[in-house]
Ligand binder design. Sequence first.
Ligand code: LCS
Length: 396
Amino acid sequence: MAHDLNKLGLTTRSIHAGQHKDPATGAVAPPLYQTSTFAFDSCGQGAARFSGEEEGYIYTRMGNPTIARLEEAVSTLEGGAGGLATGSGMAALCTSVFALLEQGGHIVSSSSVYGPSRVVIERDFSRFGVTATFVDSSDTAAVAAAMRPETKLVFVETPANPTLTISDLRAIADIAHAHGALLMVDNTFASPILQRPIEHGADVVMHSMTKFLNGHTDVVAGMIIPASDALLKRIRASHYYFGAVMDPHQAWLVLRGLRTLSLRVKASQANAMRVAEWLEAHPKVEWVAYPGLASHPQRELAARQMDGPGALMSFEVKGGVKAGAAMLDHVELMTLAVSLGGIETLIQHPASMTHAAMPREARLAAGITDGLVRVSVGCEDVEDLLADFAQALEHA
Ligand code: LCS
């Protein structure tokens, strides 16, 4: 492509990034190279590829043309140095920590993160001598206070799953860098259409592409986007040994979904704004957390750091868990299911589902109340969603 994509809009970029006319056939859609290995012309060529003297594919765990297109596309959207595709969002997190931390290292993490992200840092990486402190990262001073000489990584989710709290990326990047640590941001909730953490000083961005980037609720996938060539090289060296890589067919499907990312995010965000306002005005609703509402404590920060408040919100029905469960049991159009960021609206109960593996005290300290309900608003006609909320809330 002759254009400099970085000068074009994000919708254009999401449609064209990583898109190259297939030199063999002219195919416009990306060819699917569903192969585990690539033939060498000679022994010498095989050796040259392994030594790095000659560019070219070797083995799909080390690289594949279909996966490379997706890595290029997502990195272009995030403004990174490159992408490293992984088999899931968890694989993106684990590969990054595996690559960046050493025994004795310390992580400062947001307390409200996807439940398993917290569990793997707290329980599994501690078995290898990597410790962690969890803080409310929307309180920048709390992040600063948790830093230690051995802190190597600050890990932030913003907006946070499932509390929708917002953390100040620029301020936290400055704190991390002043301590010689890196900032890694899980950008799953926002997607690069709404937030590009590298612009705010992040060193590594990760995604569960299972969510908005793929968007069609049919693939589990992840991506790591380092901000610099040095970090790309460092994480890449661990990426193919750790082995939590992507399959070409997975990459092909995510590329297909990515082309409508901007359209989907904008449509679901417009719906989410209406749903949030409607829920907040409903007599049976105790509170709503959505960064687009005037009642959100970090609304101004969200407006400064993001290009829109997104499609996720949480709320609590008056009467807590019992009333919330009664409502959840009666949704008809919406689907009672975990995951998020798809074209359809999904609703779930974090305390018993996505965040059930976290101890209750840790959940409550992170602001994940027993009655909190999380909604990922999809692209349906909003009046139909409001009608479904109205009838489901009658049962609460
Ligand atoms: N990061 C965030 C912010 C997530 O929400 C998830 C999954 C992951 C990482 C892990 O990605 P995965 O390995 O599943 O691709 N979040 C889920 C959720 O909230 N409901 O179901 C899965």
